[in-house]
Design a protein around this ligand. Structure first.
Ligand SMILES: [Zn+2]
Length: 314
């Protein structure tokens, strides 16, 4: 327990709790204090480590090279675009047929959110997995930035993947997205102010993040997989995102929960002191199905451990 440390989001100093969380993903087991705010329930690392790069080795998943060929096959490109058109509620018989077998390639992409010409910025894009895939589905104005890239990876009119910090960016975008990047960033208030500056007045910001004070946190506490100390500096709640949005002149339009079986499968392994891997063969098929079913149930209740926040300019 600790009553003297302030929440970095709402400033609350009363009844906040401190938890000691271990680094688990790389099994280094270094310990870090995290504060859980008793007002907005945001959790954040008490002090951002100076040597954070130690915790992002070269093989960190977001920097792995995506498995894409250099030039997309025109026929595959056509099929991918048809499939997406169908999911975006456009009339497309080829896409409707493909959708019998293939899921939505971007479940966070709602109808009417984007057009194929929208200018799109992916902040913290890693090696560009998401925007490369979007290019293959027909999008024509894509920029990804990540300060931790070794160098620029692409620089064409349609697609840029640049080694760049958000605060160096200029321009104006219809859609700005952060796929599991925001929780890695210090000073979330400054980040949102900068994004607000880059966002078209009629544009949308998508923030996909793990959600604190959700079922998986309450069940697993410091064994919760998505706590991911010390890489996740902030684990937000709808309340803390609301406070940040308000300060930046943004408003939350919609929250969709998109947690998966991982919140159980990976947290159960941490609970049993099994190092991280994506091998889940210790669980039966039935257990895995139960994890997925429970994730879907929690998502429908707004209690899954991951969500998509859609924000617009006030
Ligand atoms: Zn707070």
């Amino acid at each position: 327990m600790n009553n003297g440390t302030a929440c970095k989001i709402c400033g609350n100093i009363t009844n906040n709790r401190i938890y000691m969380a271990k680094e688990r993903l790389l099994n280094l087991r270094d310990e870090f204090p995290y504060l859980e705010c008793a007002n907005c329930y945001c959790m954040h690392i008490v002090e951002t480590p100076d040597n954070l790069s130690k915790y992002y080795p070269a093989e960190y998943y977001s920097f792995r090279k995506p498995k894409f060929g250099l030039s997309p096959n025109p026929f595959v490109h056509y099929l991918k675009k048809s499939l997406l058109r169908h999911y975006l509620k456009k009339i497309d018989p080829v896409g409707a047929f493909l959708a019998l077998f293939l899921p939505h390639p971007f479940p966070w992409m709602k109808p009417n959110l984007l057009s194929f010409d929208s200018s799109i910025l992916d902040v913290g894009c890693g090696s560009g997995r998401v925007i490369l895939s979007m290019q293959r589905s027909g999008f024509k104005n894509l920029t990804g930035i990540d300060p931790f890239l070794e160098k620029d990876l692409r620089n064409s009119a349609e697609l840029k993947i640049l080694k760049k910090d958000l605060f160096e960016m200029t321009g104006s975008f219809d859609f700005i997205m952060l796929h599991h990047a925001f929780e890695h960033m210090d000073y979330p208030d400054r980040v949102l102010d900068k994004i607000r500056e880059l966002l078209n007045p009629s544009g949308t910001l998508l923030i996909r993040i793990p959600v604190a004070n959700s079922h998986a946190w309450r069940k697993y506490r410091t064994h919760w997989f998505a706590l991911d100390a010390p890489r996740h500096l902030f684990l937000h709640t709808p309340h803390s995102i609301q406070l940040l949005a308000q300060k930046a002149g943004l408003t939350i339009d919609r929250i969709d929960y998109d947690s998966s079986f991982v919140q159980f499968a990976s947290s159960e392994k941490y609970l049993r002191d099994i190092p991280y891997s994506d091998d889940f063969s210790m669980f039966s098929k039935k257990q895995m199905q139960d994890f997925s079913r429970e994730a879907a149930r929690l998502n429908s209740l707004g209690d899954g451990d991951c969500a998509c926040f859609y924000l617009t300019v006030k």
